[in-house]
Design a protein around this ligand. Structure first.
Ligand code: SF4
Length: 676
């Protein structure tokens, strides 16, 4: 690839943050002598408003830190040791080509498993030449379900992923329900709009088992037990239907199967739901009354409530609330989920039809690596992901990664816990060293990200490397783009208009509906008949307990506590978590600690039948009794025994969408030997 011309004096370059966060901030990046020194928010996008999160401010530490992968390397030491020998790009790609070819010849293409997620969430760094490569190889397909699978299935089934209420319209609402979402950690640019809404008199309701910063400011905080959001939402539906607050005119005109939803909700009295959720029935009634009586009212449905066995049906019930109560049709009224589909972009640039090869759910990577035989997974290609710490049933994942007969390639900018298991390690550029196309999913936005500095070390962009592998494996076809720039031009050329022309000309697309659609005025369900199907037949059979069927808590006498692992202010899943941080602690309610003879600062073991994590304890009332918490995205170095919360998470799947059930981890906590 030809080097890009970058001036050496200090200057500021504008770009966009593509990391897996709803906000997609516009950035001003200060570059000095060819190195990034400062990242800050720009005002190019008014929602960014000139500030960014503390996580991404630290990005230069990642770019130039000790864990940066600077050149291709091959394994020297035992798997997991992180001991590598530097090789040339040619040698590394030769070895990959030779091994992928050999695996395909001996075991078939399905013995190759690509594994990736939103390490960089742009349109260019995934599902471009990588997809071409793996489809033409006939590799196993990956169901990318670690996040947003259950909510995505619910939103698709009900509304066809209709664009939703954007941050800028929250001040118009008079009632805001934050359900399973903590914008103080993820999506911080919503907070000024929430404050403005409260200033104008809006009530704020937070549904979260933790006392988050916004929960402290809420008019009502429902500390529901994880996994019980479904009965809570259904009890509100029951109230709406039985007390004359269901909007019958809206239901008749815009929905189907309201009667079925009413019937499913009928058994969930406030008392029943409250008993299941561990909250006061009077609080549920208060929320239902407020919701029935207030307009505009918006429900922001997050991702916390989906990470359990009932995640799909919970999300369905929450997202169905505005349809039953008739909350659409006004600015600031309706629901908020991901706005990624707002531009109507389809990945038409992938140059190969998806083959009907084996589909591997990414939440069951451990099983795939240790149990699959038809054929076994013999080659694993990891990029944009850190599966060793993000995938459920961590011990099984690590057991798989340790297999001597598994050929593992990791293509990453950072020596992650997964990269330590690589047979061949390839250095990738970060988003500040390459192009990307970035969609916001809180606000509505589509922007071009561009390189602000030369690639660090010998790193190369995804599109370049996957494109070269296509050629080396003799899988090329006429018209394939050659390298990142051509790939980007190809993607740009296939964006829907006018967005494509706008991004080509100005680097950013003007959001449709001036970026502020009103649901059922400007936008309608993208279902075939534009109606909301409140009880879709197709999902009825898919949900293990039927649609809106509740699966009880999996706690046992042996493992009575629920372990949650929510997003934190320190990392975007595991990205940036490698940077120095205060000691990681298990959070526990004082009552639970006292019952176990534990005190603040004690060394503890948190364990279940799947594994054990050792760390110190922090005791406080910001978490409800019966729940303990470790941060999401920890690296192995953060705990005393090298295992993280995913070691305790089952690899079972959500009722809809095949999502991860991290919050179904049931554990016990006891004293452990003092940490060194
Ligand atoms: S992670 Fe989110 S808040 Fe932070 S810079 Fe990126 S888009 Fe902005």
């Amino acid at each position: 690839m030809a080097p890009k011309a970058v001036p050496t004096s200090e200057h500021i370059v504008s770009t966009v943050c593509p990391l897996d966060c709803p906000d997609a901030c516009t950035l001003d990046v200060t570059v000095q002598e060819g190195k990034v020194t400062v990242l800050d928010g720009s005002t190019a996008n008014p929602v960014t408003g000139g500030y960014i999160c503390a996580k991404v401010r630290r990005f230069p530490e990642r770019m130039y830190g000790p864990d940066r992968v600077l050149h291709p390397a091959v394994r020297k030491g035992p798997k997991g040791s992180g001991w590598f020998e530097r090789v040339s790009w040619d040698a590394a790609l030769d070895r990959i080509t030779e091994r992928l070819r050999a695996v395909k010849d001996e075991f078939g293409g399905e013995a190759i498993l690509p594994y990736s997620y939103g390490g960089s969430n742009g349109l260019l760094t995934q599902d471009t030449s990588d997809a071409t490569l793996f489809r033409r190889l006939g590799a196993s397909r990956l169901a990318r379900t670690v996040c947003a699978a259950a909510t995505g299935a619910a939103n698709q089934a009900l509304y066809g992923k209709m664009p939703s209420v954007v941050y800028q319209d929250f001040p118009e609402a008079r009632l805001i329900i934050l359900w399973g979402v903590n914008p103080s950690a993820s999506g911080i640019h919503l907070i000024p709009y929430l404050r403005e809404a409260q200033k104008r008199g809006a009530k704020l309701v937070v549904v979260d088992p933790r006392t988050t910063p916004l929960a402290k400011l809420a008019d009502l905080h429902l500390t529901v037990k994880p996994g019980t959001d479904l009965p809570v939402a259904l009890s509100i539906h029951r109230y709406l239907f039985e007390h004359g607050h269901a909007d019958q005119a809206f239901l008749a005109a815009h929905t189907r199967n309201a009667d079925r939803l009413r019937e499913r909700a009928s058994k969930w009295t406030f008392d029943c739901a409250a008993a299941e959720a561990g909250v006061a029935a009077a609080d549920l009634e208060r929320l239902a009354e407020w919701y029935a009586a207030t307009s505009p009212a918006v429900v922001k449905c997050g991702w916390g409530q989906e990470r359990n066995r009932n995640g799909g049906c919970s999300s369905m019930a929450i997202l169905a609330l505005p349809a039953v109560a008739g909350k659409f049709g006004v600015r600031g009224g309706g629901y908020t989920m991901s706005n990624t589909p707002a531009f109507g972009i389809e990945r038409t640039w992938i140059r190969e039809q998806e083959p009907a090869t084996r589909l591997v759910n990414m939440n069951q990577l451990g099983r795939a690596l240790t149990e699959y035989n038809d054929p076994p997974v013999k080659a694993l290609f990891v990029y944009n992901s850190n599966a060793a710490v993000t995938s459920p049933h961590q011990t099984k994942v690590l057991q798989g990664l340790e297999r001597e007969d598994l050929f593992t390639v990791v293509f990453d900018s950072t020596l992650t816990d997964t990269a330590r298991y690589a047979d061949v390690l390839l250095p990738s550029t970060t988003f500040l060293e390459g192009y990307d196309l970035v969609r916001a999913y809180g606000p509505i936005g589509l922007q071009l990200g561009k390189p602000v500095v030369e690639p660090v070390g010998e790193s190369r962009p995804n599109a370049d490397v996957f494109g070269e592998l296509v050629q080396r494996l003799e899988l090329g076809a006429d018209g394939d783009p050659s390298g990142e720039l051509e790939e980007m031009l190809d993607v740009l050329a296939q964006l829907p208009e006018p967005a494509g022309t706008q991004v080509r000309d100005f680097g950013t697309a003007t959001p449709p509906w001036e970026g502020r659609p009103i649901q059922f005025v400007d936008v309608f369900p993208r279902t075939p008949d534009q109606k909301v199907d409140l009880c879709p037949e197709a999902l009825e059979a898919a949900a293990p307990a039927g649609l809106y069927g509740y699966q009880p808590d999996p706690a046992t006498a042996e493992f009575p506590l629920t372990l949650i692992s929510p997003a934190s202010e320190r990392s975007i899943t595991s990205t940036l978590a490698e940077l120095p941080r205060p000691e990681v602690k298990l959070l526990m309610h004082p009552g639970d600690a006292a019952a176990r003879g534990l005190a603040d600062g004690d060394a503890v073991r948190v364990f279940n039948a799947l594994g054990e994590v050792r760390c110190n304890l922090q005791v406080g009332t910001w978490i409800r009794p019966g729940i303990v918490s470790l941060p999401k995205g920890l690296w192995r170095k953060h705990t005393a025994n090298g295992l993280t919360a995913t070691a305790l998470a089952p690899d079972t799947l959500t009722d809809l969408g095949g999502g991860a059930c991290f919050n179904d981890a049931r554990v016990q906590v006891g004293a452990a030997p003092t940490l060194q």
